[in-house]
Write a protein that binds this ligand. Structure first.
Ligand code: FEO
Length: 163
């Protein structure tokens, strides 16, 4: 059986991953409305990945004999200041998520829950990749500047393909 404290923290992560998915969906629809279909495509794909992350938590809790609770999600923002600022927000959000994954690692060690400790390592690696891919996007945006948004919008999916 899954330790109660672990079940609780993993259930909290269902909400965080689900909110991440909705946040990126909100960013995708705003970006599409602003005319950047390439960036929107990247964000839609990222939202799908976050839903997959959420489902990993749902499935793991269930497999371990726990009860995965599907929560309400806070409403994400509707509008964003600029493409640049939006990607900074993505990076900050991913850093926050990395912190929450680290909290799960720490609790798994504290509770001697080696199954969870082993399982959560996938997310530890995933967070390194997520932060790095968003940082690459921010670097490219800085390099190209606001005047070259057309090129950035056209090429952003190739950054994803090379991950
Ligand atoms: Fe599921 Fe982007 O963290």
């Amino acid at each position: 059986m899954i330790p109660k404290k672990i079940e609780k923290i993993l259930n909290e992560q269902i909400e965080k991953e689900g909110y991440s998915s909705n946040l990126y969906l909100a960013m995708a629809t705003w970006t599409d409305k602003e005319g950047y279909s390439g960036i929107a495509k990247w964000l839609f794909a990222h939202a799908e990945e976050e839903r997959m992350h959420m489902m990993k938590f749902v499935n793991f809790i269930t497999e371990r004999g726990g009860h995965a609770i599907i929560p309400a999600f806070e409403k994400p923002p509707i509008e964003f200041e600029s493409i640049n600022k939006m990607f900074q927000q993505v990076l900050e959000h991913e850093k926050y998520i990395t912190g929450t994954i680290n909290d799960i690692v720490a609790l798994a060690i504290q509770e001697n829950d080696f199954a969870t400790h082993n399982w959560i390592q996938w997310f530890v690696t995933e967070q390194i990749e997520e932060e790095s891919s968003v940082q690459t996007i921010i670097d490219k945006l800085t390099m190209l500047g606001e005047k070259n948004m057309y090129i950035f919008d056209r090429d952003i999916m190739s950054l994803r393909d090379s991950e």
